[in-house]
Every structure is written in structure tokens, then in C-alpha cells.
Design a protein around this ligand. Sequence first.
Ligand code: PLP
Length: 391
Amino acid sequence: MSALAKNYNRRKISFKKGKGSFIYANNGKKYLDFVQGIAVNSLGHANAYLIKAVNKQSKKLWHVSNAFIIPEGERLAKRLTQKTFADLVMFQNSGAEATEAAIKVARRYFYSIGQPKKNRILCIKNSFHGRTLATIFASGSKKMTEGFGPKVDGFDHFEFGNHKALKKAITNKTAAIMVEPVLGEGGIKVIPDWCLRELRKICNQKKILLILDEVQCGIGRSGKFFAFEHAKVKPDIVPIAKGIGGGFPIGAVLMTKKAASGMTPGTHGSTFGGNPLAMSVGNAVLDQIFKKGFLKNVQKISKYFHSELKKIQKQYSNIIKEVRGVGLLIGLQLHSDQAKFIQKLMDNKLLTIRAGENVIRILPPLTVKKKEINLAIKIIRKVCKEYKFKV
Ligand code: PLP
């Protein structure tokens, strides 16, 4: 019997190694891995460049305290600010820590300008920002918060797409609006570009901060470095994680100088966040993602993938309701529960993972090749064909 806690309903499979888009199970089978640790392994499994970076740094220095200057972290922060809206970066180890730190940054900003009562964060109902106490209450999901009371106060909610409710929910206590540009766990729901621009406008008018949670959709997954770049908006605070570490746990909050103005010495910290080993991996990931043509290729290959999936959706519209997403953050929304379909894909050696609203999430590495996409298409089509006979 497993000594692990029962907080996961794990699939009955384990793996011994991976290479690029593929993963090799202990059952002897080779799978096309379009989960990649849930959008974490941005460069696929066992990427040679990342292995080299880890090996090199691991022989020099793993960890020092943030009480000292860490040049690898200075470099990663500098590169992140040079390429984005941000002026300053604060490192953590995970997405939930990054989103929670983003909330702290927003509250502290208003505190530091003499408005401490302006501390509420407005979020989309049933969104996902992590599993810490504050972030589960930020999601507003009953399933995630049930049994974890007392309620962490300070969060208000509006329904996805309900603009009237959003405007109504803003009060003089609202400090920030926090949304995922693409709701990942919630079902790969893309916030339209015009909506993001509208959000920015509302935040400007109300003099509140805009937090865009790019933990899942960021770091090239959408085809641009950040998903919000498609809408050409500038946020104030952006938590990131997942893809920036390529499989190594890294989280960070990116901020404008103004938004970060309350973060003075002693206001936040992390023992592990920003250590030399993690930062060296983060820099190696950026070396690849910032390479000329890398993101263009993500755009090109994802366009192809979407168009092939749409063909399948048209043919099997009785099974697949909608193809969702942007770049390599893709969702297939089924008409019925997706669990059986995901199992069928796995039986055919394609790994995918569920999201809300009957969605099958498809998350290839950003380095995925056309022939691997063709293989996935073939498997999805086959499962649709077999599935059809059973409906
Ligand atoms: N925010 C978003 C948008 C996420 O998708 C996730 C994880 O899936 C998180 C935050 C939490 O990240 P982590 O699981 O690393 O704590």
C-alpha cells in the first residue's frame, strides 16, 4: 500500500525516463507525452541544453541564502525585465507561491500609499491560482475550499464573461483584479483580447492594479512570451512558474516599479526561491525560448495543430464540442465526461489531462515536432472513430 497521502487520484502508471515529447513507462510502453508535467517541461524531457546547465551549476554552487547577492538570479531577473513590461522580479518556487506573493504586492502597494483599506482582490469565479489557503479562496471554487475554513477573506468574484457583474463588483476597497489570460484548470477558456484591453482600461479608470496570472499560459506557451502580449496590454503584476523552470521548481512575480513600491526589505522572502541552481536552469530555459525563431515556430506549429484538430472536431462534432485555446495550450471540449476519452487516448499511447467543463487538455512541449503532432492527430482521430461506434 502506498504511503503517500490520498489527495491525488493517480493513474496506475509510472515512468522511468523521458526524451523530448516522449516518455517511457515502467510497463515497457512508450507514450507521446502531451501533458509534460502540466505545461511545465517547456523544452520536453531530458533536454540536452538543460542537462548541461544543471550539471555545470550543480558542480559549482547549489544554494545560498537570499541574504547574499546571487548573480544567477540577478541575471535571470534582468533578462525577464528587459524582455517584458516588468521592472522588478521576486523569485519563489511554485505557482501558488507566486500568485500569493502577487496578492501581497498589490495589497502592500496600497498600504504604502496610505490606502490600507484598499485590499480586496477581484477574481473570476472558479478560476485557478493555486492551492495555498489564500489562493483557494481567490479561486472561489466550492470544491477547492470545502472543509478548509475559516474562509480567507479579501476576495470577491464575478462570473467569466459577465462584464456587468465585474464592474459592479469593484468597490472602493478593491486593490486589484486578478485573472488568468487563459483559464487553464477551468477549461482552457481564453479571455478575448478586447476583454483584456477593457480590463486594463477599467483598472486605469478605477486606479487599481491588474494582476495577470501567467503561471500556466506564460513563457511561450501561447506563442508569445506572455499570453497577454496578444492583446497588447501592460499588466502591473504577473506571477509565473511552470514553464520558466522547464521541470525545475521556479516561481516568480514580475512587477512594475510602481506596483512593487511597497516591497521594502523584510516584507517578503523565501529560503529556496532564487537559488543559484534554479536560476541557472531558468537562464538556460530563456536561452532557448529567446532564440530567434523559437516563438515563431511555436506559433506556426500550433496553428497547424489547431487546424488539424478543428478538422477532427468537424468530422466528429457529436463527440467534440469545441477546440479551445491558444498556441500549445489546447483544449478539446467534449459533449460528455472526458475521463473515458482520456483513458482511450492513453491506451493508444497519447497522454493528455483533464480540465474543467469536460475539456481534455493538450500540452505538448514547445519543442514539439510536426511528425509528433501528426501522430497525436492520428491517435485522436482513431479514438473518435472507435468512440463513435460506442455512443
Ligand atoms: N496559477 C495557475 C494559472 C495555474 O495553472 C497553477 C497551477 O496549475 C497555479 C497558479 C499554481 O501553481 P503550482 O501548482 O505550481 O502551485
